[in-house]
Design a protein around this ligand. Structure first.
Ligand SMILES: CC(=O)N[C@H]1[C@@H](OP(=O)(O)OP(=O)(O)OC[C@H]2O[C@@H](n3ccc(=O)[nH]c3=O)[C@H](O)[C@@H]2O)O[C@H](CO)[C@@H](O)[C@@H]1O[C@H](C)C(=O)N[C@@H](C)C(=O)N[C@H](CCC(=O)O)C(=O)O
Ligand SMILES: Nc1ncnc2c1ncn2[C@@H]1O[C@H](COP(=O)(O)OP(=O)(O)OP(=O)(O)O)[C@@H](O)[C@H]1O
Length: 512
């Protein structure tokens, strides 16, 4: 797979006075042309505007001198960073809203690339990455070169790079979009996390369509309340960001969003019991290949058969959202359906590691890390499991502590055998994280029947493999596509798929 160039090769750039006019800050120093933008001094290229932003640990202005040494032609910062940046001698643009200004400046420098091809934005608690891959498939059915930006990877046609975060910082996002335009991309899809919206990473980005998947408990360490979390997501359903919207109305938040959307909106219902919407996915049943078959009813009441290789109603929702969003940017409906049916597999999301045979269970790697995600994926696996469902999971350290009991309750409610283990504890004591999850397990299953606490994680997977029979399914959730486990600041090489394969090989040897 060829490496991905993160920026365009040719950039006209922008004058600082033009940027000042757009962002509304104060320019100190002479006018100059800047030809790129970055928030990280280590990634500065000659001619860049270095955006020195306040961080959680340190102010970016601390790195102003290093940025200038690396070739930064000018700096954008806030009042707190102004003196340190001005001491470097390059022109400094000071803005009271530096994050927002950085996004607007980057869009100006790269020539507002999101206006030059249809970009679909996806937001919601669960299903963004899966829907992004499915949407990419739908777009590919008629577009020769498609872009994708999300949690797993950033991709332009056949070139790709692993992604560090769901939604990258605005200057990199604008650079990537400009690179897409230069490379001949004619349609793209991008995940927009709620944190990214709050941190202005998608500001100055124009979405032809924004899609809302669902909302449930997540990131409340950052957003504090569900109300605030919802309001943040709702921000991109306005003319500042979007031309039109597609909203899944399976949950109360989607139904509420429809009333607050300020752009033309199409509604989508994908679950039994959801009131009839513009688009409806009905009669969903599992296929004997482990996927789902359903009927999509279009607004003109025409009926379309859809068959996807992914399990459960969650993926019926994801596939339907992808089809409707792609259709909204001009992909003919039948092409969008065929494209979703044959989309690239999504790494680490309901990904089957081994199918069941006469002796061993089916093993699955997944990325559910919210209570709703765990409940939903276990329900999805139930449809393809004649026996018991084992779940192996933990929770990341230094993230939303309040969701941990909810994870435990969801697992104890929807799985048969619950194995609590470690995920990426980071610098938190792992036993504290496990204890918080077990509080929720106990609320649902006070006697702890079929509940185990096993660590390290590979041992937990091995324990599940020892206990499960051929009719059973073992699902390890929370790490998905990740290739390391972060413990005490060290990233240890580790994959759940590798742990499964090793444990299965060992159990085969023991039986032989
Ligand atoms: C809260 C948040 O957004 N944090 C991001 C922020 O980190 P920070 O504020 O701690 O940065 P810092 O270390 O204090 O540094 C301050 C500034 O100095 C700069 N710097 C730092 C060192 C240096 O040598 N040179 C330099 O210029 C940094 O680029 C930064 O701009 O700036 C860093 C550099 O851009 C990001 O890596 C970091 O994201 C962290 C990793 C993160 O976890 N972010 C989460 C909240 C996040 O964005 N998650 C969402 C949602 C995921 C989901 O869908 O579930 C996402 O979109 O991924
Ligand atoms: N529509 C859905 N509703 C609820 N849960 C879902 C849905 N789609 C997927 N999931 C579950 O959530 C997990 C994460 O899915 P996915 O990566 O597609 O979502 P995401 O929104 O991109 O999350 P993140 O940004 O954290 O990666 C999946 O592994 C699956 O267990």
């Amino acid at each position: 797979m060829p490496d991905l160039a993160m920026r365009p090769n040719r950039v006209a750039g922008a004058l600082l006075t033009a940027i000042e006019a757009r962002v509304g800050g104060d320019l100190h120093g002479p006018d100059a042309r800047v030809t790129g933008a970055t928030v990280d001094s280590r990634g500065v290229e000659p001619g860049d505007l270095f955006c020195a932003l306040p961080g959680e640990n340190v102010h970016g202005a601390r790195f102003a001198a290093q940025a200038v040494e690396n070739g930064a032609a000018a700096i954008l910062t806030d009042l707190a960073g102004a003196d340190e940046c001005r001491a470097t001698g390059v022109p400094v643009l000071v803005s009271t809203h530096a994050r927002r200004s950085a996004a607007l400046a980057a869009a100006e420098i790269y020539g507002d690339p999101s206006r030059d091809f249809p970009l679909i934005g996806l937001t919601g608690t669960n299903g963004k990455t899966t829907t992004a891959f499915l949407t990419e498939g739908a777009l590919r059915s008629v577009h020769a070169k498609v872009g994708l930006l999300g949690t797993v990877e950033m991709r332009i046609g056949d070139e790709a790079a692993p992604a560090a975060r769901t939604t990258t910082e605005a200057p990199m996002l604008q650079g990537l979009l400009a690179r897409m335009r230069e490379a001949g991309v004619t349609a793209a899809v991008a995940e927009a996390s709620s944190q990214a919206i709050a941190l202005e990473r998608v500001t100055a980005t124009r979405f032809a369509v924004v899609l809302f998947t669902n909302l449930s408990h997540e990131h409340l360490d950052f957003h504090h309340t569900m109300e605030e979390y919802f309001e943040e997501k709702a921000r991109i359903f306005t003319p500042e960001f979007a031309e039109r919207a597609v909203v899944l109305v399976d949950d109360e938040w989607g139904r509420r969003l429809v009333d607050e959307v300020f752009v033309p909106v199409e509604t989508v219902a994908t679950r039994p019991g959801t009131p009839w919407a513009d688009w409806n996915a009905i009669d969903a049943v599992p296929t004997d290949r482990g996927g789902m078959r359903f009927v999509l009813v279009a607004p003109d009441r025409s009926r379309h058969d859809v068959e996807i290789p992914l399990p459960g109603l969650i993926n019926v929702s994801n596939a339907t959202g992808a089809i409707v969003a792609a259709h909204a940017v001009g992909v003919p409906l039948e092409d969008a359906i065929r494209g979703v049916e044959t989309a690239r597999a999504v790494p680490g999301r309901t990904e089957i590691v081994t199918t069941r045979d006469a002796e061993t269970p089916m093993t699955v790697v997944d990325y559910a890390h919210t209570p709703d995600g765990i409940a939903s994926v276990l329900d999805a696996m139930r449809l393809v499991t004649p026996g018991r469902i084992f779940i192996v999971f933990g929770c990341d350290g230094l993230r939303d502590d309040s969701k941990r009991p909810g994870l435990g309750t969801a697992a104890a409610t929807h799985a048969d055998v619950v194995i609590v283990t470690d995920e990426n504890p980071r610098t938190e004591p792992p036993e504290h994280i496990r204890a918080r999850i077990l509080e929720g397990v106990d609320a649902q299953r006070p006697g702890r029947r079929d509940v185990l606490e096993v660590f390290p994680r590979a041992e937990a997977i091995a324990a599940a493999v020892r206990l499960a029979g051929p009719e059973d399914t073992i699902i390890a959730t929370g790490k998905g596509h990740e290739t390391t486990q972060e413990i005490d600041g060290v990233h240890h090489p580790y994959t759940d798929a590798g742990a499964f394969l090793e444990a299965l090989a060992r159990s085969r040897e023991e039986r032989a």
